[in-house]
Every structure is written in structure tokens, then in C-alpha cells.
Design a binder for this molecule. Structure first.
Ligand SMILES: [Cu+2]
Length: 170
């Protein structure tokens, strides 16, 4: 292959890659769903971690968050911390509705993304991709910033009934 042919091929590859990223950006914009302020409260010893973010629905109709996944965690679920009779507990939720043109915030002590079975090597300071899946078939992948356990909101562990969620602290 001549030098010229090589450069032309490289140029063509570059253009193709550019077109691909433009296409991805375009579809993410068209979806009208934005995920911002995304972070994970990391815990040591392979404990499950809580994922938090702000999800904004800029479409004209309600969308439901119906699932999440990450290549860095073996199992990811949607959870909500609920208080009943002064006890804090976590429940699994199948879908979280977000009204048109509204935001929904995952925060410690409320809705969170439960990241279980962490792959080795996840540490504070890293970024981990998490994909959120919505009822209209859209998926949005966001880099979640991994933060130390102390980088949290209010302490929601007081009087927590760990129950079947033993070892999870969200
Ligand atoms: Cu949880």
C-alpha cells in the first residue's frame, strides 16, 4: 500500500468515526432525556454501591425509567428507600415515571440505582458508565463519578432495618 493510499484510508476512517459520533449525539438529543450530576457512593469490600443522578425529561410525554445496567457491576436494580413507622428500608421498583418537562433526582435516602456485584478495581476518582433504560425504548449512557463513602447526603442509616438487604447501606 502506498503512503497516499494509507493516508486516504486513515482520512476515510476519521470521517466515518466523526459521522458516527454526530449520529449518536443527534439521537441522544432527539430522545430529550438528559442525565446529569451522576455519581456513585462507593463502598469498600465489594459492598453494593448507590448510584445517584438527575434525570430530566424534555419530551412532551411521560417517560418511565425501567432499568439500568453497567459493565462494571454484575447486577443493577432500581431501589427506593422508604420510611415506614420510623424505620428506613429499601424496596425494589420496576419503573420510575418522569412527567413531561420535569426532572427527577436520585438522592441518598430516596430513589437510587443499586449497583451490586462490583467488578474488581473500582475506586473513588474513577468514572464508570451506567446505562439507564426508558419505557420508550431509549437508553442513555452516562459516566458516573465514583466518590468516597463520606461524599454523601444525610445519614440515612439511622434505625435502618437492614432485613433482607443486609450489607447494603443506601
Ligand atoms: Cu438499595
Amino acid at each position: 500500500m502506498s503512503v497516499n493510499a494509507f493516508s486516504r484510508r486513515r482520512l476515510a476512517q476519521g470521517l466515518a468515526a466523526g459521522a458516527l459520533s454526530l449520529g449518536l449525539l443527534g439521537s441522544a438529543f432527539a430522545a430529550g432525556i438528559q442525565v446529569t450530576d451522576a455519581w456513585i457512593r462507593w463502598l469498600p469490600a465489594n459492598l453494593p454501591a448507590g448510584g445517584y443522578a438527575k434525570v430530566t425529561n424534555d419530551t412532551g410525554k411521560e417517560v418511565k425509567l425501567v432499568g439500568a445496567s453497567s459493565p462494571k457491576y454484575g447486577m443493577v436494580m432500581l431501589h427506593q428507600t422508604v420510611n415506614k413507622n420510623g424505620m428506613s428500608n429499601m424496596v425494589h421498583v420496576d419503573a420510575i415515571p418522569i412527567a413531561p418537562h420535569k426532572s427527577m433526582a436520585f438522592t441518598p435516602g430516596d430513589y437510587h440505582i443499586m449497583l451490586m456485584q462490583p467488578k474488581p478495581g473500582i475506586e473513588p476518582g474513577q468514572k464508570v458508565p451506567v446505562t439507564l433504560k426508558f419505557s420508550d425504548g431509549q437508553s442513555v449512557t452516562t459516566e458516573f463519578e465514583v466518590r468516597k463513602p463520606t461524599a454523601s447526603g444525610p445519614d440515612d442509616m439511622k434505625g435502618m432495618d437492614m432485613g433482607h438487604m443486609k450489607g447494603m447501606q443506601h
